[in-house]
Design a protein around this ligand. Structure first.
Ligand code: PMP
Length: 424
């Protein structure tokens, strides 16, 4: 219904060919054929404002990255057991963005592989297995990560070595949240220990994106990381979503004044080209490196390294983290203005261009406006603005545009949301 004949045929073909495990976004699935900056274009040439795609973080089809990939692909691409200069240049440039304590970087192709490798290393370093995650965390697709990704739902059981803590929700938790969150982390490791499971790591997305986007108050993560370390666990920052400038600083953990033991990264790292990896304190890698010969066929190949290097250059030359901070602040202010007119907006929160807008049926009970949120997401799609939702009630609008979003595009988004909320 409402779906063009071509798109209807594609949906049918997808189901027939790819089977039943996938989900498409939107009641009327979206078919993109081209991208440029924060715009996506459909098959009819209609323009959509992409406020969701945190992969093409520099903007879709960024010419500097496209050129770097094409040039290297035309020269050489191999497995990763030969010497090659570009991966070393890239490792140097990447490590320069981290605190000096993180002295090694390892490359993979996906964020899942990066988290999987981080867990293997953390187990070797600590001798423990116990992992603490937030109650709607998502950390990846492998079987080891699926069992510590509670956002996948009841159909995917959690591992026996996994404990969850409630997300750091300052909207519902009030000013006591940071202390409560740290105490929950300590209690979760203690609970695992009572079952004979020794601590391994606290693993969190530093923006808690799938839990519903929880950035505030800046600094609250430090106490939780300290609680994990006091229990003998490592602190692993999953920067797959917040990393590479999205929060207005290069890394999400910087807002919290904490240095992770391991940082995992992916998504925007190659602006769409699959590059991922981790940065780590060298001492933690000794035990693992002594036992394991790690080989990842594609991880850090010349083309991926060229793409990653180009991304770092564009981030710097175009000042994109700073743009994310400025335009993100404009969006937050505009959204708070909308909250003055639309009672359904219960809370507005974010850092840079990672923003959550929680919709509620009643501001005093804070009952999640779940169905309303789905309607807003679909109505925005009809107005050619693309976002999604997350959180326990699927009632938090998740807004993550490319970091090149302009002030005019931010205004366009706000006007579209205003219009949709006025209709509802
Ligand atoms: N960690 C987080 C926080 C993520 O959001 C994702 C992907 N949504 C992953 C890890 C997994 O990354 P990938 O899909 O590249 O394997």
């Amino acid at each position: 219904e409402g779906l063009g004949a071509r798109e209807r045929a594609m949906v049918e073909r997808r189901q027939r060919l790819l089977g039943p495990a996938y989900r498409l976004f939107y009641e009327r699935p979206f078919h993109a054929v081209r991208g440029e900056g924060a715009w996506l274009f459909d098959a009819e040439g209609e323009r959509y404002l992409d406020c969701y795609n945190n992969v093409a973080s520099l903007g879709h089809a960024h010419p500097v990255v496209v050129e770097a990939i094409a040039r290297q692909a035309g020269l050489l691409n191999t497995h990763t057991r030969y010497l090659h200069e570009t991966v070393l240049d890239y490792a140097e440039a990447l490590l320069a963005t981290f605190p000096a304590s993180l002295g090694h970087v390892m490359f993979t192709c996906t964020g899942s592989e990066a988290n999987d490798l981080a867990l293997r290393i953390a187990r070797a370093a600590t001798g423990g297995e116990g992992i603490v995650v937030t109650s709607l965390a998502y950390h990846g697709v492998t079987s080891a990560l699926a069992e510590l990704s509670p956002s996948l739902g009841e159909g995917v059981p959690l591992g026996r070595h996994v404990a969850t803590v409630a997300p750091p929700d300052a909207y519902r938790g009030g000013p006591g949240m940071p202390a409560r969150f740290a105490a929950d982390v300590a209690a979760a490791f203690a609970g695992l220990a009572r079952h004979g499971i020794r601590p391994c790591a606290l693993l969190v997305d530093t923006m808690f994106t799938s839990d519903g986007v929880f950035p505030d108050p800046p600094g609250f993560l430090a106490a939780a990381a300290a609680a994990a370390r006091a229990a003998g666990a490592l602190f692993i920052a999953d920067e797959v979503q917040p990393g590479f400038g999205r929060t207005g600083t290069m890394w999400g953990f910087e807002r919290h004044g904490v240095e992770p033991d391991i940082v995992t990264m992916g998504k925007p790292m190659g602006n769409g080209h699959p590059v991922a990896g981790l940065a780590i304190r060298p001492s933690l890698l000794e035990r693992f490196g002594g036992r394991v010969r790690y080989f990842n066929t594609f991880g850090g190949n010349p083309v991926s390294a060229a793409a990653g290097l180009a991304v770092l250059r564009v981030l710097r030359e175009e000042g994109l983290p700073a743009n994310a901070a400025v335009v993100g602040a404009q969006l937050l202010a505009g959204l708070r203005g909308l909250a003055g007119r639309h009672a359904v907006i219960g809370d507005v929160r974010g850092a840079g261009l990672s923003i959550g807008v929680e919709l509620v049926r009643d501001r005093s009970t804070r009952e999640p406006a779940t169905a309303e949120t789905a309607r807003v997401v679909n109505a925005l799609r009809e107005r050619r603005v693309l976002i999604s939702a997350s959180g326990p009630g699927a009632n938090t609008l998740k807004i993550r545009p490319p970091l090149c979003l302009s002030r005019e595009q931010a205004d366009l988004f706000l006007a579209a949301l205003d219009g949709v909320l006025a209709e509802a």
